[in-house]
Design a binder for this molecule. Structure first.
Ligand code: FAD
Length: 393
């Protein structure tokens, strides 16, 4: 078994299978876990506990939501309980890679996986190494865990989207800042989102707390499908403006990174072909409404790790697909549709008004826990269908 991509999905699958006695190679083009640590890595507390993410990877805990609306008004919701964590993504990856090595996984870094040929029961790959010493291997199962890039699915010509189920992509840029006890204070113990065209066209901005007064500040844009006209607002400009407006533009920048998050809207993407199977972002598991996918990536790896020894071959992909839908539930496909509605709006005063109405509705009817349920579990029923019109109109 060869797993291409050692992000959360690929590393988790490699660990689970190696512990079951399967011989696994895990390859990534990165040279270290600190390189391109692109993910803001916020997640709900329940997921951090259920998925046994070690506390050593939690950079901060949060118990509040803060939304800054198109008119710069701040709205806050607080819970008595801890609602979630922000992971140190580099530390999380490092911990997964250590676990993989301990479980007996062959971990190849600086190694790009390229598909040479694909058959029903085998695949041939080229392992392109940074030192130029390429290698060719033939494997029974090849896993595409290359994230939003979907490098192997694309090389195999697997159909990723259709007119009925298009792929929605978001591009994010994030800076890790060193704050101090004064300028970081308004952003600690909560996750903050900036909504409306004043901040980002077709997207949102965020500030997440980390340890030692560090802050992750980012912007993400998910332009509507078929939107050919490039927005005049650059992602870097939006980020710098957000920093200025929040008085954080003088903080030292410790790291700059960015990446893509993408998923098909109805989650009907083909999950592979022949000996090739996709997991994590490559399999369109991420939640585009909340801009998060780490827990989904980990769960998808667990689903495949459970299905593989059970059937071993013929029906593996359909069993795996059924397991995914069972674990994520019927609401899972809703998140893509809501993301398209929410972030696809034209950046004009009408959409700003709609966003303000949504935030106002949330202020009046929702608790901090409701916000978590809405953005992480796509649950509306806790505070009635009153908010649906704001999202679906
Ligand atoms: C800006 C931004 C902010 C985000 N914030 C959050 C958040 O707050 N919370 C959250 O839960 N999620 C967040 N996400 C999403 C989350 O990071 C992803 O859903 C998650 O990392 C997916 O895990 P994965 O293992 O499927 O893919 P990835 O983490 O993308 O890992 C894929 C790996 O494959 C490697 N690779 C690619 N091509 C090849 C190849 N050909 N050969 C070998 N290796 C290859 C890459 O180097 C990479 O290490 C964010 C994403 C972005 C872009």
């Amino acid at each position: 078994m060869l797993v291409a991509g050692a992000g959360p999905a690929g590393a988790r699958l490699a660990i689970q299978l190696a512990r079951q006695g399967v011989s696994v190679t895990l390859a990534d083009s990165l040279s270290s876990p600190q390189q391109q640590a692109f993910s803001s890595a916020a997640m709900p507390m329940a997921a951090a506990l259920d998925l046994a993410i070690p506390e050593s990877c939690w950079a901060a805990r949060w118990s509040g939501w803060q939304l800054i609306d198109p008119d710069r008004l701040q709205h806050q919701w607080w819970s008595d309980d801890c609602l979630g964590v922000v992971l140190d993504f580099a530390a999380f990856r490092a911990q997964l890679w250590d676990q993989a090595r301990d479980a007996g996984v062959e971990l190849l870094l600086n190694t790009r996986v390229e598909l040479s040929s694909l058959e029903p029961k085998a695949a041939e790959v080229r392992l392109a190494k940074a030192n130029g010493l390429d290698e060719h291997r033939r494997v029974r199962w090849l896993i595409d865990a290359t994230g939003a890039r979907r490098a192997l699915l694309r090389a195999a010509g697997v159909r990723l989207e259709s007119s009925d189920d298009p792929l929605l992509s978001g591009t994010g840029a994030e800076w890790l800042l060193q704050g101090d006890d004064r300028n970081a204070a308004p952003w600690m113990e909560r996750i903050s989102f900036f909504l409306g065209r004043r901040w980002v066209h077709h997207g949102y901005g965020w500030i997440f707390p980390m340890d030692q007064h560090r802050l992750k500040v980012g912007v993400c844009r998910l332009p509507p499908l078929g939107c050919s006209s490039r927005s005049r607002q650059g992602l870097g400009d939006a980020l710098k403006q957000l920093l200025r407006e929040c008085g954080l533009d003088n903080c030292a920048v410790l790291d700059r990174h960015g990446g893509t998050i993408s998923s098909t809207i109805r989650r009907r993407q083909e999950l592979g072909r022949g000996a090739l199977i996709a997991i994590g972002d490559a399999a369109s598991t991420a939640n585009l409404l909340g801009g998060e996918g780490i827990r989904h990536a980990l769960v998808s790896a667990d689903c495949l790790a459970e299905a593989l020894p059970a059937v071993g071959g013929e029906n593996l992909r359909s069993l795996y697909e059924a397991a995914l839908h069972r674990r994520f539930g019927w609401r899972w496909p809703i998140s893509g549709r809501l993301a398209r509605r929410t972030w696809g709006l034209a950046p004009d005063c009408r959409s700003d008004r709609r966003m303000s109405r949504l935030i106002d509705g949330l202020s009046r009817h929702a608790s901090a826990e409701d916000l978590s349920s809405l953005l992480f579990d796509y649950r509306f029923e806790g505070y009635g269908v009153r908010l649906l019109p704001y999202l679906l109109r």
